[in-house]
Ligand binder design. Structure first.
Ligand code: SF4
Length: 307
């Protein structure tokens, strides 16, 4: 561990946390064609294209590009102007990226005999390939990368494990968390988690986040993050607690307020801001939506799911 950087995983069961995420990702994830390949050229093209373009729109451009120039040899042999024209026609952002990609293909052909190097260090020698892209190609093509640390990953580490908002701390925590030899699936999985479950307004229950039982934010209800300085809007946060109440009641026949409260947030205090009154209010909404039944009055309220 680097000096001065706290160990955020002191009380965390790393093995369980790791396998929960990998299982969640392997069971179901958004499908993009470049996730089905380990060809470094195809992956590089997808990474360069997605730097400035929404993923959904990249799919078609990526397929067209690879139809036209299926290998680095084909791309290196193309006229640079043709590659730039393709870039503009598909609205892929700065044309310089097309020029760099073309030049990188030439480098692969002339300096590397047509085969990509497999380490992030060597990959970052290629034209236009920064550390992030080099690491992505090393991970997804060669399963040989370091942990990716992008905004999504930072948000997840901050919320789940209270990682301080500091570049060195994020870097260290991300690498410590990644299981050895799993950079391909791991980096995909943690980016997917940050993209679909732990977005700016998190969807912990809706997306069955595999880290709910370990996550600090999930327990405290505080979903702020470096890129989300304000608590996500009240409705978002309230929706979280609605989901959590339904899940918790699913595991019990019925629960009173003071039994249910601490199970859905660690800072529950019967008479505090997040206490009986706050909880009864959400329970009443859920009962009005016919999701659960309430018995008893006031502090004696007991909740159970409608069967
Ligand atoms: S439980 Fe929610 S806040 Fe915590 S990591 Fe999962 S999605 Fe993010």
């Amino acid at each position: 561990m680097s000096e001065g950087v706290p160990n955020v995983f002191e009380d965390v069961e790393l093995a369980a946390v790791r396998s929960a995420l990998l299982e969640w990702y392997r069971e179901d994830h958004r499908s993009f064609p470049w996730r089905e390949t380990t060809d470094p050229y195809e992956i590089l093209v997808s990474e360069v294209m997605s730097q400035q373009t929404q993923l959904g729109r990249v799919v078609e451009a990526w397929e067209d590009f690879l139809d036209r120039w299926p290998t680095t040899e084909d791309l290196a042999a193309a006229e640079r102007a043709e590659v730039v024209a393709f870039w503009s026609d598909h609205s892929l952002g700065y044309n310089n990226r097309a020029k760099y990609l073309h030049e990188a293909a030439e480098q692969i052909e002339t300096d590397y005999d047509g085969s990509f190097p497999d380490s992030p260090e060597e990959l970052s020698e290629l034209m236009g390939v920064g550390p992030y892209t080099a690491n992505a190609v090393a991970s997804f093509a060669f399963n040989n990368g370091d942990a990716v640390v992008d905004t999504n990953v930072k948000r997840v580490l901050y919320r789940a494990f209270g990682c301080p908002d500091d570049a060195a701390a994020f870097e260290q925590a991300a690498n410590e968390l990644m299981p050895a030899g799993e950079s391909r699936d791991w980096n995909n999985a943690i980016m997917e988690l940050g993209g679909v479950a732990c977005g700016q307004t998190p969807a912990c229950d809706e997306q069955s986040c595999p880290w709910r039982e370990y996550c600090d934010a999930y327990h405290s209800g505080d979903f702020t993050a470096p890129d989300v300085p304000e608590q996500p809007d009240f409705e978002g946060s309230r929706r979280q607690f609605r989901g959590r109440i339904v899940n918790t009641l699913g595991e019990h026949d019925e629960l009173g307020l003071d039994e249910l409260g601490p199970r859905i947030r660690v800072d529950y205090q019967p008479d505090g801001n997040y206490g009986r009154e706050w909880l009864r209010d959400i329970l009443t909404d859920l009962a009005e939506d016919e999701l659960l039944e309430l018995d008893g009055e006031g502090d004696e309220t007991v909740a159970r799911l409608r069967r």
